[in-house]
Write a protein that binds this ligand. Structure first.
Ligand code: NDP
Ligand code: 2IT
Length: 444
C-alpha cells in the first residue's frame, strides 16, 4: 500500500478517532514525496507499522472522593514506538481525554522525540479525570489509584511518563511516590519530578523557553528582532507561563492569556509582577484567569480565544484545535508574522494552510514544543548517572537542541522559493529517523 492507501485504510478502521486521523494525515501528506523515493518501504508496510501504536493499555481507576463516594474514571497508556529509545511521553488528566486524543498525542510524540536528538521512543497516557475543583487529597487518591494499574507497564528503561494538561509537579510527585512504593525502587521512571527527588532544573520552564528559542531561530532567518513585538499567548498553565516569562525577559510584550472559560487582554502587557500573580493564581489557588482581569482592571472575554486581538506573534499554548481557519485568517489579516506552537496540534489543517499560503513563519508543535520532552530526556540522563546539572548547563543544552531541531526543519523543509515549510521539515526528519531504525531492527 502507498501512503494514501494506508491513510484510507486507517480512516476505514478508526472512523471515530478524528484527532488521531488528523495527526496521521498531516504526517503522511508531508512525507509522501520522500516516501515514494524508497520503494522498499511499501513492501515492509512501513507507514502502517509507524502509524499504529505498539500497544494500548486501558483500565478502570477507582477512587474515593472527600464525601466518601466511590468514583470511577478511565485510565490509559498508549505505547506508540520504542524504536529509538524507551517509550516516553506525558500523562494528561482532563475530562476530554479519550483514545483518539491519546493516540494522536502518542503518534506525534514519537516523531517529536526523534527530532530531539535524544534516544526516546513515543508514548502518551492519561485519564478523563479532571483535577480542577478537586481537593489535594482527592487528587492524591486518584493519582495513587491510577498508578496502581499503570505501574506494571512502566519503568526507567521501559516507559517513562511525565506531565501534560492537568498533570504538573503535584500530580507527578503523587504518582512517583506510589510507583516507588509498588516497585520498591527509587528510579527515574517519571520526569518532571521535584528538584529534591531527582527532578531537573529548567524542566518546568523547558517547553515554554524551548518554544521561544525555536521562535528566535525562525525570526533569525528573516532578520527580525523579537524586542517590542506584541505577542498573544493562549492557556495559562505550565507552557503558557514560561513562554510569557521568556518573552518578558527578551523585551517582547505579551497581551493575552486564557483558560477554558475565556481570555484576558492586557494592552499594557503582562510584566514580571503580573506573571508571578498568574503563577500563584494557577498553581496555588487554582483559580480562573478571569481573576487577572478583575485584579488588573483589564478586558476579559468569556467563552472566546485570544486570536482576534492584534499581534505580531501568536503562541498557542492551551490545547488541540484551538486555532481554526477563521482565527488564522484574522491573525494574518492583523499582520501576524509568526505562529509557534507550544501546545500539541493547536492549529487545524485549514488554519495551517492559511499560515503557509500567507508565507508567514509557522512552527508545528512537534518541533517548537519539543524542549519539554528534550529536557525530560536530560532529566533521565541525570538520574542514570545520579547527578544534577546546573541551571546554566541544562539551559545551554536545551538551546542547542532547539537550534538542532530548527536546522533539521530547514534541511528537509526549505522550498525552492526559500520559504521554510516547518511542517514538512519536521515530519520528514522525524519520520525518516524512526523509519530507518524500524527497518534495521526487523519485522516486529
Ligand atoms: P496545563 O494543564 O498546565 O495548562 C493547560 C492550559 O490550557 C490551562 O490554562 C487550561 O485551562 C487550558 N486548556 C486546557 N484544555 C483546554 C480546552 N479544552 N479549551 C481551552 N483551554 C484549555 O497544561 P500544559 O501547559 O502542560 O499544556 C498545554 C499544552 O502544551 C498542551 O497541548 C500540551 O499537550 C502541550 N505540551 C505540554 C508540555 C509540557 O511539558 N507540559 C510539553 C509539550 C507540549 P483550564 O485550566 O481552564 O483547563
Ligand atoms: O507533549 C509533550 O511533549 C509533553 N507533554 C512532555 C512529555 C515528556 O515526557 O516530558
Amino acid at each position: 500500500m502507498n501512503a494514501q492507501e494506508v491513510l484510507n485504510e486507517l480512516k476505514r478502521r478508526f472512523p471515530n478517532e478524528p484527532e488521531y486521523l488528523q495527526a496521521v494525515t498531516e504526517v503522511l501528506e508531508s512525507i509522501e514525496e520522500v516516501y515514494n523515493q524508497y520503494p522498499e518501504f511499501e513492501k515492509l508496510n512501513l507507514v502502517e507499522r509507524l502509524c499504529i501504536p505498539d500497544r494500548i493499555f486501558s483500565f478502570r481507576v477507582t477512587w474515593v472522593d472527600d464525601r466518601g463516594n466511590v468514583r470511577t474514571n478511565m485510565g490509559y497508556r498508549i505505547q506508540h514506538s520504542n524504536a529509538i529509545g524507551p517509550y516516553k511521553g506525558g500523562i494528561r488528566f482532563h475530562a476530554s481525554v479519550n483514545p483518539s486524543i491519546l493516540k494522536f498525542l502518542a503518534f506525534e510524540q514519537t516523531f517529536k522525540n526523534a527530532l530531539t536528538t535524544l534516544p526516546m521512543g513515543g508514548a502518551k497516557g492519561g485519564s478523563d479525570f479532571s483535577p480542577r475543583g478537586k481537593s489535594n487529597a482527592e487528587v492524591m487518591r486518584f493519582c495513587q489509584a491510577f498508578v496502581l494499574e499503570l505501574w506494571k507497564h512502566i519503568g526507567p528503561d521501559t516507559d517513562v511518563p511525565a506531565g501534560d494538561i492537568g498533570v504538573g509537579g503535584r500530580e507527578i510527585a503523587y504518582m512517583f511516590g506510589m510507583y516507588k512504593k509498588l516497585s520498591k525502587e527509587f528510579t527515574g521512571t517519571f520526569t518532571g519530578k521535584g528538584l529534591e527527588f531527582g527532578g531537573s532544573l529548567i524542566r518546568p520552564e523547558a517547553t515554554g523557553y524551548g518554544n521561544i528559542y525555536f521562535l528566535l531561530e525562525m525570526l533569525k532567518t528573516k532578520n527580525i528582532d523579537i524586542k517590542g513585538k506584541v505577542c498573544t499567548v493562549s492557556g495559562s498553565g505550565n507552557v503558557a507561563q514560561y513562554t510569557v516569562e521568556k518573552l518578558i525577559e527578551l523585551g517582547a510584550k505579551v497581551v493575552t492569556l486564557s483558560d477554558s472559560n475565556g481570555y484576558i487582554y492586557d494592552p499594557d502587557g503582562i510584566d514580571s509582577e503580573k506573571l508571578e500573580y498568574v503563577k500563584e493564581l494557577k498553581e496555588m489557588y487554582r483559580g480562573r484567569i478571569r481573576e487577572y482581569a478583575e485584579k488588573y482592571n483589564c478586558k476579559y472575554v468569556e467563552g472566546a480565544r485570544p486570536w482576534g486581538e492584534k499581534c505580531d506573534i501568536a503562541l498557542p499554548s492551551a490545547t488541540q484545535n484551538e486555532i481554526g481557519e477563521d482565527d488564522a485568517k484574522t491573525l494574518v489579516a492583523n499582520g501576524c508574522i509568526a505562529v509557534s506552537e507550544g501546545a500539541n496540534m493547536p492549529s487545524t489543517p485549514a488554519a495551517i494552510e492559511v499560515f503557509q499560503n500567507a508565507k508567514i513563519l509557522y512552527a508545528p508543535g512537534k518541533a517548537a514544543n519539543a524542549g519539554g520532552v528534550a529536557t525530560s530526556g536530560l532529566e533521565m540522563t541525570q538520574n542514570s548517572v545520579r547527578m544534577s546539572w546546573s541551571r546554566e548547563e541544562v539551559d545551554a543544552k536545551l538551546k542547542d537542541i532547539m537550534q538542532s531541531i530548527h536546522a533539521q526543519c530547514v534541511k528537509y523543509g526549505a522550498e525552492p522559493d526559500g520559504y521554510i515549510n516547518y511542517v514538512k521539515g519536521a515530519n520528514i526528519a522525524g519520520f525518516m529517523k524512526v523509519a530507518k531504525t524500524v527497518i534495521v531492527q526487523g519485522i516486529l
